[in-house]
Design a protein around this ligand. Structure first.
Ligand code: FES
Ligand code: FES
Length: 158
C-alpha cells in the first residue's frame, strides 16, 4: 500500500505517494529531480547525495518514508533557473566537471561544508568530498573549485 509523505524539496512543499520500501533516491528521480544520480545503490559511491535538513546523506540508503517532514535539497535547488550557484561556477571554472556523474553529489557535499564552515582548510574540503567517488578528475580540480567558491562567497557575502 502506498503511503503519503510530506516534504519540502528545494523550498517547495510536496506530497509524494511512496511504497514503504522505496528508497528516497528512487522517489526523487521519479518525481523529476534527475540530478540525483544512482551509481551503486549500496551507499558506497556518494553520487545520490542530497541534503536532508541540511545534512548530506546518501539517498539510496534512506527510505523515502523516513524523509517525511524533512527539508530536502537537490542540485536543482542550488540556484534559481538559468543561474548558477558559486560552487557550480567554480566547478566549471576549475575544470572540475568531466563526465559529470559525480558532480551533483560533490556540489551538495561541498554546500553542506560551506554552510557550516565558510573558510574550510584543504583537509576539511578533502574530507567533505571523500564520500563521493569520482572516476575522472583525480579530485584536485574539485578541491580547488570548492576553495575558489568559498573565497568568492566570502568576498561576496553570500
Ligand atoms: S548510489 Fe547511493 S551511494 Fe552510490
Ligand atoms: S567527473 Fe566523472 S565521475 Fe567525477
Amino acid at each position: 500500500m502506498p503511503i503519503e509523505i510530506r516534504v519540502t524539496v528545494n523550498g517547495e512543499a510536496k506530497v509524494f505517494r511512496v511504497m514503504p520500501g522505496e528508497r528516497l533516491s528512487e522517489v526523487l528521480r521519479r518525481e523529476g529531480y534527475v540530478s540525483v544520480k544512482v551509481g551503486c545503490s549500496t551507499g558506497d559511491c556518494g553520487t545520490c547525495t542530497v541534503l536532508v535538513d541540511g545534512e548530506p546523506i546518501v539517498s539510496c540508503l534512506m527510505l523515502a518514508a523516513q524523509a517525511d517532514g524533512t527539508e530536502i535539497t537537490t542540485t536543482e535547488g542550488l540556484a534559481p533557473p538559468r543561474a548558477l550557484h558559486p560552487l557550480q561556477e567554480a566547478f566549471l571554472d576549475e575544470g572540475a566537471v568531466q563526465c559529470g556523474f559525480c558532480t551533483p553529489g560533490m556540489l551538495l557535499a561541498a554546500k553542506a561544508l560551506l554552510d557550516r564552515n565558510p573558510s574550510p582548510t584543504e583537509a576539511e574540503i578533502r574530507k567533505a568530498l571523500a564520500g563521493t567517488l569520482c572516476r575522472c578528475t583525480g579530485y584536485e580540480n574539485p578541491v580547488r573549485a570548492v576553495r575558489r567558491a568559498a573565497e568568492r562567497m566570502r568576498e561576496g557575502g553570500e
